[in-house]
Design a protein around this ligand. Structure first.
Ligand code: FAD
Length: 373
């Protein structure tokens, strides 16, 4: 289907919405994007963008063939024991290519430029609810707490996972080595991931603990740095030293809804977290949203009409999203084992980290640009 002349309203200016707007506009659609926030601010922190996300960024011409200056190449991940900081295993980069560390705001800026070059009209400060916008196609990329999802797939209540993620950016002056591996420190019922951002001028921390009885959803709440340090006081080594330096922290109570059964209804399509919210233990939420964006635009281009294109989009995407989300959920308990289970798991990791990494090739080696050719 020729997309020129197709009017599209994209709801949400996050990674998924901006990428979808760019992809559709590049194929000729007239795209308007509505973002409820009055500005596309610095909110956010580090993201790991693996090869399956990078391939879409290149196809969107948001980045060139080389590594963008806004990204740092990850040489792998050190897995460490939380308390002692002792190295347990080294996970090499995936065979499909090394992951990039990026600040979310830098990635969003690249996507905005790509969308604007393709002619997307961006309207800020405009929340759009179902029934208030008209277009040939509506792409609902309004995040994990999507209001559009219930229109497409019926209402579903979020379930608290029992896990809370703390996020912090620790400024580094002088800068730390930008080419150092990420660290995954595994504690008892807690784990901490850290890696450098912006040429080593800061370190990104995501620290996850188990808790009961949390109700508030969303990932932008401010937290108390003293509380953060107290809760992760038993982490030692470089991770412990980093936690001690955190001065501004945010909290994110991890809630999950199942992957939507229906991703499209008539001319409305769900995309990104709105269709498949995930926990961050595979670092794939943004990458899946990028894949969705490319596959949606190419499914429409190959179909005879909008509704047929949306059927093809769901068919191409749902099983993969569900598999990646399930893998991420499984990692929560793998990273949080208590003795004696943790001893066995760490022994397995010590001898088999490379093999484990190879078993994830289906995640990182996926090429969304080849799904409809
Ligand atoms: C701590 C943390 C670490 C993460 N790490 C990684 C990682 O390393 N790698 C990775 O790939 N992913 C990671 N993720 C996941 C990733 O950030 C998300 O999966 C991804 O950003 C989802 O993008 P999205 O566009 O679907 O939703 P969002 O980014 O949530 O964007 C939705 C947008 O829609 C807007 N909106 C909502 N409702 C409306 C409305 N009614 N009208 C208009 N606008 C509306 C919102 O304001 C928002 O801007 C991480 C997430 C967190 C919280």
């Amino acid at each position: 289907m020729e997309l020129s002349g197709l009017s599209v309203a994209v709801i949400g200016g996050g990674i998924g919405g901006m990428a979808a707007a760019a992809a559709l506009a590049q194929r000729g659609a007239q795209v308007r994007l509505y973002e409820q926030a009055p500005e596309l601010s610095e909110v956010g922190a580090g993201l790991q963008i693996s090869a399956n996300g990078q391939v879409v960024l290149r196809a969107l011409q948001a980045v060139g063939q080389d590594i963008p200056t806004q990204a740092t190449l990850s040489p792998g991940t050190h897995m460490r024991a939380g308390r002692s900081g002792r190295k347990v295993a080294f996970v090499p980069p995936p065979s499909s290519g090394a992951t990039w560390y990026m600040h979310r705001a830098d990635l969003l800026t690249l996507l905005i430029k790509s969308a604007e070059r393709a002619g997307v009209e961006i309207t800020l400060g405009r929340p759009v609810t179902p029934g208030t916008v008209r277009a040939d196609l509506i792409v609902a990329a309004d995040g994990g707490q999507s209001t559009w999802r219930s229109v497409v797939d019926g209402p579903v209540a979020p379930a608290f996972t029992g896990q809370v993620a703390w996020r912090a950016l620790v400024p580094c002056d002088p800068p730390v080595a930008a080419d150092q591996p990420a660290t995954l420190a595994m504690g008892s019922r807690a784990h901490v991931v850290s890696y450098p951002l912006r040429s080593g001028r800061s370190m990104n921390i995501v620290a996850v603990e188990e808790r009961s009885g949390w109700t508030q959803e969303g990932w932008r709440q401010s937290g108390d740095p003293a509380d953060f340090r107290a809760r992760f006081a038993d982490f030692g080594g470089a991770t412990g030293a980093l936690i001690a330096r955190a001065e501004a922290v945010h909290l994110w109570a991890l809630h999950l809804r199942p992957v939507a059964r229906r991703w499209a209804d008539g001319r409305v399509a769900l995309l990104g977290d709105a269709a498949h919210p995930t926990v961050p233990f595979m670092a794939q939420g943004a990458c899946l949203a990028l894949e969705d964006a490319w596959v949606l635009s190419s499914a429409l281009a190959h179909a005879g009409g909008v509704e047929a294109g949306l059927v093809a989009y769901q068919h191409a995407r749902r099983a993969r999203a569900e598999a990646v989300v399930a893998l991420a959920r499984g990692n929560a308990w793998r990273f949080h084992l208590t003795p004696p289970w943790s001893w066995g798991a760490r022994a397995v990791l010590a001898f088999g980290a490379g093999a484990l990494a190879r078993r994830l090739d289906w995640v990182y080696g996926y090429d969304a640009t080849k799904v409809f050719t």
